[in-house]
Design a protein around this ligand. Structure first.
Ligand code: UFG
Length: 323
């Protein structure tokens, strides 16, 4: 298929583009490079630099590229920033998403795969998290992703657009060429690995008094290549709906740090800091629906194996992508 990938120069997008190319799809990346990197785009994929805020520009892209499907990653995704600057999140994640849907309708493109998040559930009453749990986003980022999911439902009903919304848990790891490089890094694994690379003296643990076995937050770390594989299978016209993507296993912050020490062979000192605002104690997916409907299953389930791939990439790219 000819696939337009918004945000294809970002962390998860770049790995998905690689997977799409391997599966024989033709890929056009649409990215404003605010978070993404030119060097993160597969050499055989075409890049169009553009912004979802520019509806006329989007119409031109759709008229020229004539995609058969859209995979939509482009979004702002920092929880803390969303609570300081909600307008940016509504403008880019909701307003930009709306332009994308309007351009799809105008061009007659009827399939979209959307990069959603477990943040739509907020702090769940029960674990593991199934798709049926209530939506109670605890931050603006999660709220904007949920808003776009709701728009998708109406665009399906009114305009016949078929969609798959993937609610990712904690994306982690890397593939040979492409990995995690955020210009502002807030994520646990890359920050812990910075200590092993000699770029930081210690890592920080945000909160040691959570109601979890060791007092630190528990997350379900899902390898980016497993996420990418799910997106490729979602292009199947028979697939639609909402799916959690996680392994079903949770690891605490301390367990992640221990895994990083084991993989790197380095001693990684940590310092206990206050809780970070808006962090739920535990988030673990129930991925049964994706397994049942898509035949999808995470290949990476051991945290050491996930960290190993991240470590391999960061060692090769100690300062990330060059741009
Ligand atoms: N953490 C630390 N030290 C750090 C960084 C993180 O202790 O230096 C902790 C966090 O407090 C959290 C856990 O490690 O408990 C994981 O934090 P990340 O920032 O790596 O990931 P989050 O769980 O906060 O965020 C992820 C995605 C978001 C998504 C969110 C849903 O990155 O896009 O899950 O809750 F919204």
């Amino acid at each position: 298929m000819r696939v337009l990938v918004t945000g294809g120069a970002g962390y998860i997008g770049s790995v998905c583009v690689d997977e799409l190319m391997r599966a024989g799809h033709e890929v056009v990346v649409f990215d404003n490079l605010s978070e993404g990197h030119r060097a993160a785009i597969h050499s055989d994929a075409r890049l169009i630099v553009g912004d979802l805020g520019d509806l006329e520009g989007l119409h031109r892209v759709f008229a020229e590229v004539k995609p058969q499907a859209v995979i939509h990653f482009a979004a702002n995704a920092l929880v803390g920033e969303s609570m300081a600057n909600p307008g940016k999140y509504y403008r880019n994640n909701v307003g930009g998403g709306l332009n994308l849907l309007e351009a799809m309708v105008a061009a007659g493109v009827s399939k979209i795969v959307f990069s959603s998040t477990c943040a739509v559930y907020g702090i769940p009453d029960t674990l593991p998290i199934t798709e049926e749990l209530p939506f109670r986003p605890a931050n603006v980022y999660g709220e904007t992703k949920l808003t776009f999911e709701r728009m998708l439902r109406w665009y399906r009903q009114i305009h016949g657009i078929s969609f798959v919304a993937f609610r990712y848990f904690n994306a982690a790891g890397a593939i040979d060429l492409f990995g995690e490089h955020h210009r502002i890094e807030t994520h646990l694994i890359p920050n812990v690995l910075k200590v092993a690379l000699g770029q930081a003296k210690q890592c920080e643990i945000f909160g040691g008094d959570y109601p979890t076995p060791d007092g630190t937050c528990v997350r379900d770390y899902i390898h980016v290549s497993d996420l990418a594989a799910a997106h490729v299978s979602a292009l199947n016209p028979d697939v639609s709906g909402y799916y959690n993507l996680g392994t079903g296993h949770g690891f605490s912050v301390r367990e992640v740090i221990a895994a990083c020490e084991k993989v790197t062979g380095a001693k990684i000192p940590s310092v206990l800091k206050p809780r970070r605002a808006g962090d739920p104690p535990s988030l673990v997916a129930d991925p049964a629906k994706a397994r049942r409907d898509l035949g999808w299953q995470a290949h990476f389930t051991r945290i050491e194996d996930i960290v190993q791939t991240a470590w391999d990439w960061h060692r090769q790219h100690p300062t990330g992508y060059s741009d």
